[in-house]
Ligand binder design. Structure first.
Ligand SMILES: *[C@@H]1O[C@H](CO)[C@@H](O)[C@H](O)[C@H]1NC(C)=O
Ligand SMILES: *[C@@H]1O[C@H](CO)[C@@H](O)[C@H](O)[C@H]1NC(C)=O
Ligand SMILES: *[C@@H]1O[C@H](CO)[C@@H](O)[C@H](O)[C@H]1NC(C)=O
Length: 345
């Protein structure tokens, strides 16, 4: 009887402290800088970028942790923790990320932190779970680096709202035809010297013509979505103010099924399959420009549409500890975290 009780205890311990302490129960350690880990991380960040609805595309900065679980009956699951950095390229912009487009520390950088579960089976990768959030560099750190660098400013700041409205109006005047309306303020900074406001925002084409618009609320976004990503600067001069605005227009199309197959994937058929069409959201929805939007950045927690987690909920249970508390038990690999590719925030 006593031994039965003991056994039960063991079973319970096993159940709640499920992170196995070795490789005996199905996971192996992998160095964070192992090419295998990097390949999977790059795929995961690509996947993230292809599912971003707001804010800026991300680049891989550092792999913090990686575990490789064997999955029954076949395949392996990579459980990774990855740091990313914001780029200057908007999520909806279809042009590939340019090298060196990482948002620099002097521009008030924003870091992303993601947990991924990626299944590899028959040479195919599939993202099963993604959870991310982002954090801007602290004001103190930016100030330490350069005392006059402009900090991220809340989207509802009076100068920011004024600059966006003025810039959009200027763009609509220059743009003979379609009326564009604001869908997102992506980034904003009040610059101390020369006194000015920098903004980056997203617009979308509507069914109104720019000349006739009276109530923008009555203008509908076109079905064939055309977006623009704009950068504007409003200078406060002695005589008044001066706005300059430049927009890059692009057609926003749904991601083709195998868009993720590009990149550093040596396996010919390695592709992240598309998600069920029903759950794919293309482009941002028009957000009401409330005075309450005091955010200063787009948190990956909300900017990302985590459609893929549907899959792990549908019975494909992962032979791994609970999501969220991985390394609670067990030693962390000495080969982690990996190298920093850009800079540490
Ligand atoms: C990208 O930039 C890095 C660092 O400056 C450089 O080592 C690498 O060769 C560049 N890659 C391309 C494709 O230009
Ligand atoms: C602007 O609109 C007017 C009136 O519709 C048209 O005559 C003119 O050709 C347009 N100009 C450009 C540059 O599209
Ligand atoms: C911005 O939003 C915050 C939070 O709702 C509010 O307290 C603040 O007054 C707003 N700022 C402006 C300038 O409207």
């Amino acid at each position: 009887m006593k031994s039965l009780v003991l056994l039960l205890c063991f079973a319970q311990l096993w159940g709640c402290q499920s992170a196995p302490q070795g490789t005996g129960l199905g996971f192996r350690e992998l160095a964070c800088d192992d090419p295998e880990a990097e390949q999977v991380a790059l795929l995961a960040v690509d996947y993230l970028n292809n599912h971003l609805l707001q804010g800026f595309k991300q680049v891989l900065n550092q792999i913090d942790k990686v575990k490789v679980w064997s999955r029954r009956p076949f395949g392996v699951v990579y459980e990774m923790e990855v740091d990313t950095l914001e780029t200057t390229c908007h999520a909806l912009d279809p042009t590939p990320l340019a090298n060196g487009s990482v948002r620099q520390l002097t521009e008030h950088a924003v870091e992303g932190d993601c947990d991924f579960h990626i299944l590899k089976q028959d040479g195919q990768f599939r993202v099963m779970h993604t959870q991310c959030h982002s954090t801007p560099d602290s004001a103190e750190d930016v100030r330490k680096l350069c005392p006059r660098c402009p900090l991220l400013t809340p989207f509802n700041d009076t100068n920011v709202v004024h600059t966006v409205n003025t810039a959009l109006a200027a763009f609509n005047t220059q743009n003979n035809g379609t009326y564009f309306k604001l869908v997102e303020i992506s980034r904003a900074q009040n610059v101390p010297l020369p006194v000015s406001t920098l903004v980056e925002f997203v617009i979308a084409a509507t069914d109104c013509t720019a000349k006739e618009v009276t109530d923008p609320a009555k203008c509908n976004l076109l079905a064939e979505k055309q977006h623009g990503f704009c950068k504007a600067n409003l200078m406060h001069n002695l005589g008044g103010e001066e706005v300059s605005v430049a927009c890059k227009l692009f057609q926003t199309q749904p991601q083709p099924a195998n868009a993720n197959a590009v990149g550093p994937v040596p396996t010919a058929n390695a592709a992240l399959p598309a998600d069920p069409p029903a759950s794919v959201v293309v482009g941002p929805v028009v957000v009401p420009r409330g005075l309450s939007d005091h955010r200063t950045y787009h948190d990956l927690r909300h900017a990302f549409s985590p459609v893929a987690s549907v899959e792990s909920a549908s019975g494909e249970t992962l032979h791994s500890p609970k999501v969220g508390q991985p390394g609670a038990a067990g030693p962390v690999s000495p080969m982690c975290p990996g190298r920093i590719r850009h800079f540490k925030i």
